[in-house]
Ligand binder design. Structure first.
Ligand SMILES: CCCCCCCCCCCCCC(=O)SCCNC(=O)CCNC(=O)[C@H](O)C(C)(C)COP(=O)(O)OP(=O)(O)OC[C@H]1O[C@@H](n2cnc3c(N)ncnc32)[C@H](O)[C@@H]1OP(=O)(O)O
Length: 264
């Protein structure tokens, strides 16, 4: 056979191997690039609180989305804006092992929503902007009492975590909620909670702290719609998964309290 005729037979395994090598190289490059890509949305890792004013800036709820009477929270220097990655970044939330959407912090939700939390570390006070959507309805045009109770449970858990250096350090064990006025679908109210006192004692050779929490859901004219007397206990290990997400810590800078999940 003429050597020219045999050439493709010899060349094809070489071309095949070269293709494989090239393909692997490109895949490696892409993977490497993906691993090195800054966390999404990258801007949320860098922005100072004062810059979180408009939706173009990244967070799903900002000063310009808030009613006038609550806008000051976004600019109060005593308050840190809380940005947890699992609330803001749905793709990361799925990748990191969450199974669904947060009952209270779902950007796409239309039930009861805390759309922004602000932490005052000196006063141990947590303030939230709360929206009540149509999925929270029970009586015609009015919200379900469970919407207010879920809200209070969320505050109780978070106030305990924000006041501590590590996440998932405790558990809410009591949410005693007083429902005082009907909340209308479409209302936007302010939630204010605080740590009233803490009692530490020894249990099984280890310290156990009871954190007593109170809170109110208030309207624009100061009317109280619901109140809370809550109790959390610390430490309690709630997560059964031992990974980097479970070991997150707080990053406090430029008026923002972020979880270290933004770095994962
Ligand atoms: C940096 C990144 C951060 C990310 C943060 C994400 C945040 C997400 C936040 C999400 C937040 C969302 C919302 C959420 O939070 S979601 C979590 C909702 N909470 C739960 O699911 C808790 C369920 N309960 C339990 O699992 C157990 O009860 C635990 C494990 C907590 C305690 O069982 P354990 O067997 O270990 O303890 P113990 O029974 O010896 O009790 C110890 C002490 O406590 C007292 N006690 C107990 N229960 C009650 C009670 N009901 N009322 C009054 N007191 C109570 C008890 O009398 C005793 O005191 P004393 O009698 O010795 O004086």
């Amino acid at each position: 056979m003429h050597p020219c005729v045999r050439l493709p037979l010899v060349a094809s395994p070489v071309a095949f191997a070269t293709g494989i090598a090239l393909g692997s190289f490109v895949t490696l490059l892409l993977t490497h690039k993906r691993l090195r890509r800054p966390p999404y949305p990258a801007s949320l890792l860098r922005l100072r609180k004062a810059e979180l004013t408009g939706s173009a800036r990244g967070a799903y709820f900002n000063a310009e989305d808030a009613p006038e009477w609550l806008r000051g929270l976004f600019f109060d220097p005593a308050l840190q804006r809380v940005l947890l990655r699992e609330w803001e970044d749905a793709a990361w939330r799925r990748r990191a092992g969450w199974l669904g959407t947060d009952l209270i912090h779902n950007p796409e939700g239309n039930g009861v929503q805390v759309v922004a939390y602000f932490w005052d570390a000196a006063a141990l006070t947590l303030t939230g902007v709360v929206k009540f959507g149509p999925a929270a309805e029970s009586h015609r045009g009015l919200c379900h009492g469970g919407a207010m109770t879920s809200l209070m449970d969320d505050l109780c858990g978070h106030i305990c975590f924000f006041s501590s250096g590590t996440p998932w350090c405790g558990a809410t064990v009591q949410v005693n909620c007083k429902l005082m006025k009907p909340v209308r679908v479409g209302d936007v109210h302010k939630l204010v909670g605080r740590i009233d006192r803490q009692e530490t004692k020894e249990k099984g050779g280890k310290p156990l702290t009871k954190v007593f929490i109170s809170a109110e859901l208030v309207g624009e004219r100061g009317e109280v719609f619901a109140s809370l007397e809550g109790l959390s206990i610390v430490p309690v290990v709630m997560s059964t998964i031992d990974d980097a997400v479970s070991k997150r810590s707080w990053i406090s800078s430029d008026g923002v309290l972020r979880d270290s999940g933004w770095l994962l």
